[in-house]
Design a protein around this ligand. Structure first.
Ligand code: OGA
Ligand code: NI
Length: 339
């Protein structure tokens, strides 16, 4: 029976209408006709070729501009092989096509679990549901978590571990560049992160019969330090810019990088954790794979420069506030940590 399905994917395939709990109030709907399509000039595409060589200062300037003006940029020549990108997208697609009973082995609605398949955002606290299923994994240090991960499709653990390690390498380079761009030592932010943390999600957005009524994910900022998003070839990501939603349409072999709340705090509001959302469409399923790079829970976060806009706090405190809110769109989490 449809009403007893835990996962959206198993419910959505036969629906001609969006069930009531997915329908946003009229004032909060996506208004898809009123969205700008990203020109390259609005969300910068930065070529990382030469970051460790002759183009270093030029690229760091581009990153600084992007972090200050947009909170978002895209990167090419990032060093992650094309086969690995295609492979991880294929693996995600295969995972969400596994029989329901197999996928459900990983199901949990407890946000504290470090490996889990779930749906929407937080089914325990939220009022409206989102048009999304997701598999969320903690992935650094990998040996602490890999034994919890799914074993199906075959090679899931091996392939995901390899992807995580490559993405971590990219993140560490970006974090060093961003640290320098703030006039801090190259290893300043790396040290603030304590033992470091890395989470990832495999987001699955089924086709939706009435995409104007609901979201894959409503407008939110990411609570972590920096996010590296891989999206497949189906549009859906939108970024809020000057009060207007801008679609960031897929470019093959490109990652989307966005500044998270912790980077906004460390930079003392110089770099912006910008509101973004995922919308759905009636034609095609969409997959996105964000990596959320973060401090360890015991790391103490605060602005690097005075006068501080924020008080010092542990990332653990921030993270539990983030997940305990009644929805992703509730009061901005950052506002609760102002000095
Ligand atoms: C997220 C997110 C965007 C997307 O998972 O935090 O913003 O396009 N995802 O799926
Ligand atoms: Ni996000």
């Amino acid at each position: 029976m449809a009403a007893t399905k835990l996962l959206l994917a198993d419910l959505a395939s036969n629906l001609k209408q969006v069930p009531a709990k997915y329908i946003q109030p009229i004032s909060d709907r996506p208004n898809l006709a009123d969205v700008e399509i990203s020109e390259l000039s609005s969300i910068p595409l930065i070529d990382l070729e030469g970051l460790d060589g002759p183009r270093r200062s030029e690229i760091i300037n581009q990153i600084a501009q992007a972090c200050e003006l947009h909170g978002f940029f895209q990167v090419k020549n990032h060093g992650v092989p094309e086969e690995m990108i295609n492979g991880i997208l294929r693996l995600a697609r295969e995972f969400f096509r596994l029989p329901e009973s197999q996928r459900l082995e990983n199901y949990s609605d407890d946000p504290a679990k470090t490996t889990r398949l779930s749906t929407s955002f937080n089914v325990k606290t939220e009022k409206f549901s989102n048009w999304r299923d997701f598999l969320r994994l903690h992935c650094y240090p990998v040996q602490d978590y890999i034994h919890e991960w799914p074993t199906n499709p075959p090679f899931f653990r091996e392939d995901v571990a390899e992807y995580c390690s490559r993405i971590r390498g990219l993140v560490l380079k970006l974090v060093e560049a961003i640290s320098e761009s703030l006039g801090l030592g190259g290893d300043y932010i790396n040290k603030v992160l304590g033992k470091h943390g890395q989470h990832m999600a495999f987001n699955y957005y089924p086709p939706c019969p009435e995409p104007e009524l609901t979201y894959g994910l409503p407008g939110h900022t990411d609570p972590n330090l920096i996010t590296v998003l891989l999206q497949d070839d189906v549009p859906g990501l939108q970024v809020l810019r000057n009060g207007k939603w801008v679609a960031v349409n897929p470019i093959p072999n490109t990652f989307i990088i966005n500044i998270g709340d912790q980077m906004q705090v460390i930079s003392n509001d110089k770099y912006k954790s910008v509101v973004h959302r995922a919308v759905v469409n009636s034609e095609r399923e969409r997959i996105s794979i964000p990596t959320f790079y973060c401090p360890s829970l015991d790391a103490v976060i605060g602005p690097a420069h005075r006068p501080s806009v924020y008080r010092n706090f542990s990332y653990g405190e921030y993270y539990s506030k983030f997940w305990s809110r009644s929805s992703l769109t509730a009061q901005a989490c950052l506002d609760m940590f102002k000095a």
